[in-house]
Design a protein around this ligand. Structure first.
Ligand SMILES: C[S@@+](CC[C@H](N)C(=O)[O-])C[C@H]1O[C@@H](n2cnc3c(N)ncnc32)[C@H](O)[C@@H]1O
Length: 280
């Protein structure tokens, strides 16, 4: 069997099962099974697919049909320019979160030597580890409620040569986190509990703890807004990623006695998704 024909059949299969983006999903899975780059696959439709690769591809295609995220099947996800190990222990980082990391980097650029940052709800470690790669002097703390997620993030830190530079803290509030930071950045769980059962099978295969933000989705967000000021240095910033309509509401809840320069940022879809404030 040739790669081109294999792809055409696989896309038809994924399409008939209503899988989103059948083309890219099939391409990534076949490229992975063949051990070639995705672009090579597209450039060489006559590439032979040996039986062993076909077996692997069929197995993974079936997982995709069942609604498993592509990143869990491949075992990795590219976040900006770093590759992270991801599996069922952690949320698959979203494109919006790459924008959050970019806003955090813009803030850190103006913060002098050896700034300190806390990535709260670190999951795979995506935001904080990317910042630590970009800022070799950054002192990073990664806090996370899930022990399983911390194990995954530790592995990512080690793979990126950052193990010695990251302090991991198991935490469900800011109480166990020591020190004051130039930056607290977080993509907390923010989906209201009642919405969770209606999410797609793909999202439901991710850890509930990473999604469920309680009654109105804002339990962890409110905790961060009330406790972050005591954990930020004067002039330090809090930057949060929130759900669809939550950012303006949370911005309004930030007291001007505590926060200055407060504003929201829109994501690439034009949604006010990120809340930013500098501690007075
Ligand atoms: C939306 S995920 C974000 C993961 C990662 N930062 C990212 O952007 O891909 C939220 C993370 O917060 C963690 N979490 C949930 N509740 C928490 C809490 N109360 N305290 C600390 N971490 C929490 C979850 O386990 C999950 O890893």
């Amino acid at each position: 069997m040739k790669a081109g024909k294999t792809l055409i059949d696989a896309v038809a299969r994924l399409n008939s099962r209503g899988v989103d983006e059948p083309g890219p999903n099939a391409q990534w899975l076949l490229a992975d099974a063949l051990g070639v780059a995705r672009l090579q696959l597209l450039a060489e439709p006559d590439l032979p697919v040996p039986a062993s690769a076909m077996k692997e591809f069929e197995k993974n295609l079936a997982l995709k049909e069942q609604g498993l995220p592509l990143a869990y099947i491949l075992g990795w996800h590219d976040f900006r320019d770093i590759r992270l190990k991801v599996d069922k222990r952690v949320l698959v980082p979203r494109p919006e979160t790459e924008e959050l990391a970019g806003i955090a980097a813009d803030f850190l650029r103006g913060r002098g030597n050896a700034p300190s940052a806390l990535d709260y709800g670190a999951g795979s470690g995506a935001i904080g580890l990317w910042l630590a790669v970009k800022f070799p002097c950054l002192r990073l703390t990664a806090a996370e409620k899930s022990a399983r997620a911390i194990a995954c993030a530790r592995l990512n830190a080690a793979n990126l040569g950052l193990a010695a530079r990251v302090k991991f803290v198991r935490a469900s509030t800011l109480a166990p986190v020591r020190g004051r930071f130039d930056l607290i950045v977080s993509n907390p769980p923010y989906i209201p509990s009642r919405v969770i059962p209606g999410l797609s099978p793909e999202v439901l295969s991710e850890p509930r703890m990473a999604l469920d933000g309680g009654g109105d989705g804002l339990d962890v967000v409110r905790m961060l807004l009330s406790k972050a000021p005591s954990r930020l240095k004067p002039g330090g910033a809090l930057i949060l990623e929130l759900g669809g309509t939550q950012a303006p509401k949370m911005l309004a809840a930030m007291s001007p006695k505590v926060w200055k320069e407060k504003r929201t940022f829109r994501d690439f879809n034009g949604i006010e998704r990120f809340v930013f404030g500098v501690r007075i």
